[in-house]
Design a binder for this molecule. Structure first.
Ligand code: GRF
Length: 210
């Protein structure tokens, strides 16, 4: 059983999708730890309601690495196999990323490598997609490396951009897919299907039927 930690700063609907998939048996795992840098994050309530340890760790007034060491102490205390960033609005230093090499994934609400990088989060992503004139968008789950949104992509799902879309309507369409993609990728980890070779993610999938 995969022991999962989720780091989240906000509402935590993606966290909920993982919790639900664990409880239904779609994921052979359990969310044992939820960490937030935001005391009011609803993600903390979702975690504690479902048996995870939910911990608020304030980042304010601390050097970035000191905050990360406090987060790492929680992770190390819970024997974690996979760390999922789900709306976690903190950049991670190379200290944290290299300590948990190939163990941290993030969900991003666009088709990386498009519309990623510093400052590209929340509504800004969907605004940029609409400004670009792209006819499709989607979501990506990728490995977290020291480069923001730059690690190998593990899985993506696509949605059309519709005439008359606003950032809100596009976000809602993408979020629906996030809630499908993220549990799927977490289960790939639980099954040991994900490998990283030469900076690329390889997912071993058998029995694909067309
Ligand atoms: C999602 O759009 C996710 O792609 C991004 O942050 C948002 C988090 O939403 N990284 P929620 O807190 O999971 O509802």
């Amino acid at each position: 059983m995969l022991r999962i930690a989720v780091l989240a700063s906000g509402s935590g609907t993606n966290l909920q999708s993982i919790i639900d998939a664990c409880e239904s048996g779609q994921i052979d795992g359990k969310v044992v730890l939820v960490v937030s840098n935001n005391e009011d994050a609803f993600a903390l309530e979702r975690g504690s309601k479902h048996g995870a340890q939910a911990v608020f760790i304030d980042h304010r007034g601390k050097p970035r690495e000191e905050h990360e060491k406090e987060v790492a102490a929680e992770i190390d205390g819970h024997d974690i196999d996979l760390i999922v960033l789900a709306g976690y609005l903190r950049m991670l230093t190379s200290y944290f990323v290299s300590k948990y090499k190939n163990m941290i994934i993030n969900i991003h609400p666009a088709l990386l490598p498009r519309f990623g990088g510093k400052g590209m989060h929340g509504q800004k992503v969907h605004e940029a997609v609409l400004d670009s004139g792209d006819e499709e968008s989607g979501c990506s789950v990728h490995l977290v490396t020291a480069e923001i949104d730059g690690g190998p992509v593990i899985g993506q799902m696509r949605v059309p951009v519709m005439p008359g879309d606003t950032p809100d309507t596009l976000q809602a369409r993408v979020l629906e897919k996030e809630h499908i993609l993220l549990p799927l990728v977490v289960q790939w980890f639980a099954e040991g299907r994900v490998r990283f070779v030469d900076g690329k993610a390889i997912v071993d999938i058998e029995d694909i039927q067309g």
